[in-house]
Ligand binder design. Structure first.
Ligand code: ADP
Length: 495
């Protein structure tokens, strides 16, 4: 009987369950979107119960639609949108508030306050992160301070905090296991990435009680079992989505890097056992830990990438599917239109939450095709900004970029990325690197995969080489830089 691993990929806009064989081939998948809740400008929430139900439905559909005998499932790996924060009642399983999504900037003022109190360096040194609303810590503080009775419930030991991995593990194990992995923990602003534990000093500053925190484990570890039809299936691989993607792309060596084009863009570079401190606005984070051996990474995040495409579809309603943008862009002749989709401030390397977006260079003849092109280009420009910063920190030149994520199937985008980076872009056959990474982490634990032979599985679908004339690419980069500086001047309070 052939055996499989199921990866649960809990993304920002949808839940997926994906079936992999022991060659790392993707055999089948199920996907379901869930509701995005926008209660106020800059706020983004998810209903935790809807996330769990959606995820669970895709898991059962995957098993049933593919006639899988439950005994064929070797193990489960989990990967998830990171930083998204929820707190629930451990007796009832009821969340006390919606999950506050990573994109949500309601705690920006609180972060400014913490900066004014000169806490930034301490957080940076211990967590590798910047004091920003993006990370879980200030979101936990917000829930505890704004949900009536929450603080009292926490002191009565009734509450549990978790990022989405923890929420899924807790539900899958029938409320038995309250745990997270070190890669997810490293995104919370309360985990010391050098000592690998929750940090009491930071917890005190953010007024977070220790009794709500999950246990931190390696990424390949025992996270309990999902019992289905009397069979115990081990959950033994967990990593935040971006770290999982780095693992799934087999970026195992120092200096290897990948960029994921999803709702946001996430660029990660493996820096081995070195936690490189960035001087260029990047984050230092834990890539993974296996058998107690920690691998670090440098990361640059772009908040709004595919989300800008979704805005064209759902907000402006000028396209009906994301994939249309490829043809639209190819049919546009406009080269001066610049769109900076700073819907929730600017992430790396600028880190300015007050900046709002802008569209520059509009003339009477600008149309839908041109706006699609400028939107796709904005994903590539934002990625380039991060890569430039990363090259400075790591003191090297990246000549090949491994890509994945939903939007990397867009050929126009990949070609443009290669053009403005003047570097090769490699798109693997399995662009579900995130899910693959989670499956690998689980399979390494059970012996289903051998880490030494994973690279053999890694096959390239298409390579993009720079083709455009360098002058055009250069001019476009200059225009982008000007647009960014203009928006910073217009909106920033940072000076
Ligand atoms: P996440 O895991 O963050 O939910 P995915 O990796 O599933 O994201 O990617 C989905 C994102 O990619 C969406 O924001 C969507 O707009 C964008 N996207 C999907 N297909 C395309 C395409 N062909 N061209 C451009 N963008 C796309």
């Amino acid at each position: 009987m052939e055996k499989y691993i199921i990866a649960l990929d809990q993304g920002t806009t949808s839940c997926r369950s994906i079936l992999f064989n022991n060659k790392g081939q993707l055999l089948a998948s199920e996907q379901k979107e869930f509701t995005q809740i926008f209660p106020e400008s800059g706020w983004v929430e998810h209903n935790p119960k809807e996330i769990w139900e959606t995820q669970y439905k895709t898991l059962l559909d995957l098993i049933n639609n593919n006639n899988i005998d439950i005994k064929q499932i070797d193990s489960i790996g989990i990967t998830n949108q990171r930083e998204t924060t929820l707190i629930w009642n451990k007796n009832t399983g009821e969340p006390i508030y919606n999950a506050i999504v990573w994109q949500d900037n309601r705690t920006s003022a609180y972060c400014q306050d913490l900066k004014a109190k000169k806490h930034e360096t301490l957080f940076r040194k211990k967590t590798g992160l910047v004091l920003d609303s993006y990370f879980s810590g200030t979101k936990i503080n917000w829930i505890l301070n704004n949900v009536s009775g929450a603080k009292e419930m926490a002191s009565d030991g009734l509450l549990l905090f978790g990022t989405i991995d923890t929420w899924l593990i807790w539900n899958l194990t029938n409320k038995k296991i309250h745990a997270t992995d070190i890669s997810n923990a490293s995104r919370t602003l309360i985990c010391n990435i050098h000592e690998l534990n929750w940090d009491n000093e930071l917890l005190e500053i953010l007024e977070i009680p220790t009794n709500i925190l999950p246990e931190i484990k390696d990424c390949s570890a025992d996270f309990g079992h999902w019992n289905y039809k009397g069979v115990d299936i081990p959950i033994c691989g967990v990593a935040g989505d971006q770290q999982a993607a780095l693992f799934g792309q087999c970026c195992f060596e120092d200096g290897s890097a990948k960029n994921t084009y999803g709702t946001g863009c996430f660029m990660l570079m493996n820096t081995g056992s070195n936690a490189i401190e960035s001087t260029n606005g990047l984050l230092t984070t834990i890539a993974w830990s296996i058998d107690g051996e920690v691998t670090y990474a440098l990361e640059g995040s772009v908040f709004i990438a595919g989300a800008a495409i979704q805005w064209l579809r759902d907000g402006l309603q000028i396209i009906s599917t994301a994939s249309e943008t490829q043809n639209n862009a190819m049919n546009s002749k406009a080269d001066d239109l610049v769109f900076v989709p700073a819907f929730a401030g600017l992430g790396a390397p600028y880190w300015d939450m007050n900046v709002k977006g802008g569209i520059f260079g509009i003339t009477r003849d600008i149309g839908i095709n041109d706006l699609c092109k400028a939107t796709l280009e904005s994903l590539a420009f934002q990625t380039r900004d991060v890569i430039v910063a990363m090259e400075k920190d790591a003191q090297l030149n990246l000549n090949t970029l491994a890509v994945d994520g939903g939007a990397c199937i867009n050929d126009f985008l990949m070609q443009f990325q290669s053009d403005i980076l003047n570097a090769q872009v490699n798109r693997p056959i399995t662009i579900e690197s995130t899910a693959l990474g989670a499956a690998y982490l689980a399979g390494i634990k059970t012996g289903f995969y051998d880490i030494k032979s994973l690279k053999k599985n890694h096959k390239i679908d298409r390579t993009f080489q720079p083709t455009k004339d360098l002058k055009l690419a250069k001019n476009k980069i200059i225009n982008w830089d000007k647009a960014i500086q203009c928006l910073i001047k217009l909106h920033s309070n940072n000076e």
